[in-house]
Design a protein around this ligand. Sequence first.
Ligand SMILES: C[S@@+](CC[C@H](N)C(=O)[O-])C[C@H]1O[C@@H](n2cnc3c(N)ncnc32)[C@H](O)[C@@H]1O
Length: 260
Amino acid sequence: MAESTLQAVNVAMRGGGYYSAVTKGAKDVIDGATPLVLDAIRHLPDAAATTPFTLTDMGCADGGTSLDMVRQAITAVRDRWPHRSICIVYTDQPRNDYNSLFHLIHGLTPLPSYLDEIKDVHVLASATSFYRQILPAGTLDLGFSATAMHWLSRKPCDLTHHIHALCAAGAELAAFAEQGQRDWETILLQRAHELKPGGRLVLVNFCKDEAGQYTSRVHMFDTANALWRRFTTEGVLSVEEYVRMTHHSITGPLRSSPGP
Ligand SMILES: C[S@@+](CC[C@H](N)C(=O)[O-])C[C@H]1O[C@@H](n2cnc3c(N)ncnc32)[C@H](O)[C@@H]1O
């Protein structure tokens, strides 16, 4: 494989509105989590009409999959506080396709946006990682994130027997688990700075269940691994290239592949 390919960095979702158009599963997850968002809004402490309400969508991609959730959230906020300004802050990585996000939110695509449906709603975007503090301290009412925080801040090691961290074993699995714990703590500490007293988080993340299942009953990463192993026996890939294909939804600039 050419060095230029090894150096390639691709750590954002595919742009041009492609992500939302083909990612029904992620939208289903957000729709399923919307009652949690509405419940969180009901339980927020009361606030003066002069205080803006702020919601973040962390790891928003092009914003299409959360469009209906945000619509329902701002409707609930407006029902509860008829006179508060509402601020929606979309956040993702610097390489995210923000053009698609802006097109979508500002109604330049066939998907109907919520923007003109409710008065005094203000949309902002930030390319600051959720591993950093995104908002000024004490300004966040409700932080939301779906299917994004499994992207680790760094790769702790290469995997020798599988291409995906979910299927790692032994010391390699322990290294990923430790990294995951550290990253989770960082994410929560940064949100703790941002949240107003009584503010809430709704964070919807990939995980393994007690039976070891994730994403679906079919272990798609086992299938991908079998294919990559076959490539090494067929000489299409070297063993070194197979090992470097450690796949774990990395969020920083690495030489391996992007997340799901
Ligand atoms: C699978 S997409 C999920 C998009 C959307 N939240 C959804 O559920 O459909 C994961 C998103 O997380 C973003 N992401 C990954 N690491 C991030 C980080 N450290 N900070 C902010 N966004 C991140 C990716 O760029 C990508 O847009």
